[in-house]
Design a protein around this ligand. Structure first.
Ligand code: IPE
Ligand code: IPE
Ligand code: MG
Ligand code: MG
Ligand code: MG
Length: 298
C-alpha cells in the first residue's frame, strides 16, 4: 500500500470511529431520524474532506487530533449533501457508498429531514468544538461563518443549482469549471481552510493553501465525472452512467475522456506547485494525497 493510501485509511478510520461515537451519544433525537442520519453517515465514505482537514493541521505542525471534531462536522455537511443529491428530485440515484440511498430505505420525507438535521447538527458541533478547544473568538466565529459561506447559497448550493440548471445544455469550459468549483470545490476548500485556521495559519500560508485546495477540488470533481463513465459500480459504490442519464454538464461530456484526464493532471500539478516549495509548512502529506486523488478508482 502506498504511503498516501495507508495515511488515508488510517485517518479515515480515526474519523469514522469519532463519528460513530459522537452520533451514538446524540440525545433527544427521534429514533427513526437518528437511525436515518447514522445510516448515511456511517455507510463508509472515503472521508477525503476530514482527512484533508487533519492533514492540513498536521502540515502546519499541530497535532491532527485538534482538528478532529471540526473534520467530523465537515463530513456531516458532506453526507447531508449526498443524501439530498440522490433524491428523486435531484440526481435520482438508488445507491450510495455501496448501499441503498437514504430515501430508498427511509422514504423521501425522512431522507430530506435527515439531511437537514445533519447540516444543522454540524453547526452545533463546530461551535462546541471551537468552545472546547478554546480557540480565539475571532477564529471560532470565522470557522462557523465560513461553513455557511462555503456550504451554503453562495458555495456548494450555488453549485448544485448551476448543476441542475445546466442539465441538457452545452456550456463553455469556464462555466463548467464554475459548477465544479462551487458544488465540490468549495467544501474541499473549506475543509483545508478549517485545518489551517485550527492550526493558526498566517494569511500568506492560507492563501497558498487556497490555491492548492481550489485545484484539488476541481481535480476531485473531474475524476468523479470520469469515474461516472469508466468506474466500476462495485468499487465506487454508486451507479455508473448517472450523469449521462441526466445529461449533466461534465468534463467527459464536454471534452472527452482523454482531455478530461489531461485537465485533471494539470490541476494536480498546479495544486502541487502552490505548496511544494514553501518552508512555512510541511507539504509532504498533502502532496501525497493530491497524487493519490489523481489515480483514485473510487
Ligand atoms: C462524492 O464525494 C460527491 C462529490 C462531491 C464528488 P465523495 O467521492 O467524496 O464521496 P464519499 O464521501 O467517498 O462517499
Ligand atoms: C455532487 O456531485 C456534488 C454534491 C453532492 C454537492 P455529483 O452529483 O456528481 O456527485 P455523485 O456522483 O452523485 O457522488
Ligand atoms: Mg449531483
Ligand atoms: Mg449525484
Ligand atoms: Mg458524480
Amino acid at each position: 500500500m502506498s504511503e498516501a493510501k495507508a495515511y488515508l485509511t488510517r485517518t479515515a478510520e480515526f474519523v469514522h470511529h469519532e463519528l460513530s461515537t459522537l452520533s451514538e451519544n446524540w440525545k433527544g433525537i427521534p429514533d427513526r431520524l437518528k437511525e436515518a442520519m447514522r445510516y448515511s453517515l456511517l455507510a463508509g465514505g472515503k472521508r477525503i474532506r476530514p482527512v484533508l482537514t487533519i492533514a492540513t493541521t498536521e502540515a502546519l505542525g499541530v497535532d491532527g487530533k485538534c482538528a478532529l471534531p471540526f473534520a467530523c462536522a465537515i463530513e456531516m455537511i458532506h453526507t447531508y449533501s449526498l443524501i439530498h443529491d440522490d433524491l428523486p428530485a435531484m440526481d435520482d440515484d438508488d445507491y450510495r457508498r455501496g448501499k441503498l440511498t437514504n430515501h430508498k430505505v427511509y422514504g423521501e420525507a425522512m431522507a430530506i429531514l435527515a439531511g437537514d438535521a445533519l447540516l444543522t447538527e454540524a453547526f452545533h458541533l463546530l461551535a462546541q468544538a471551537a468552545e472546547k478547544a478554546e480557540l480565539p473568538t475571532s477564529i471560532a466565529l470565522t470557522i462557523i461563518r465560513e461553513a455557511a459561506q462555503y456550504a451554503g447559497a453562495r458555495g456548494m448550493i450555488n453549485g448544485q443549482v448551476l448543476d441542475i440548471e445546466n442539465e441538457q445544455k452545452i456550456i463553455t469550459l469556464d462555466e463548467l469549471e464554475e459548477i465544479h468549483r462551487r458544488k465540490t470545490g468549495d467544501l474541499i476548500m473549506y475543509a483545508v481552510r478549517v485545518g489551517a485556521l485550527v492550526a493558526g495559519a498566517s494569511e500568506e500560508v492560507l492563501a497558498a493553501l487556497m490555491t492548492f485546495s481550489y485545484q484539488l477540488g476541481l481535480a476531485f470533481q473531474i475524476q468523479d465525472d470520469i469515474l461516472d463513465v469508466i468506474g466500476d459500480q462495485e468499487v465506487i459504490g454508486k451507479p455508473v452512467g448517472s450523469d449521462e442519464n441526466k445529461q449533466k454538464a461534465t468534463y467527459p461530456a464536454l471534452l472527452g475522456l482523454d482531455e478530461s484526464k489531461q485537465r485533471l493532471e494539470i490541476c494536480i500539478q498546479t495544486a502541487r506547485e502552490a505548496i511544494e516549495t514553501r518552508d512555512d509548512l510541511d507539504p509532504t502529506r498533502l502532496l501525497e494525497l493530491a497524487d493519490y486523488l489523481l489515480l483514485r478508482d473510487r
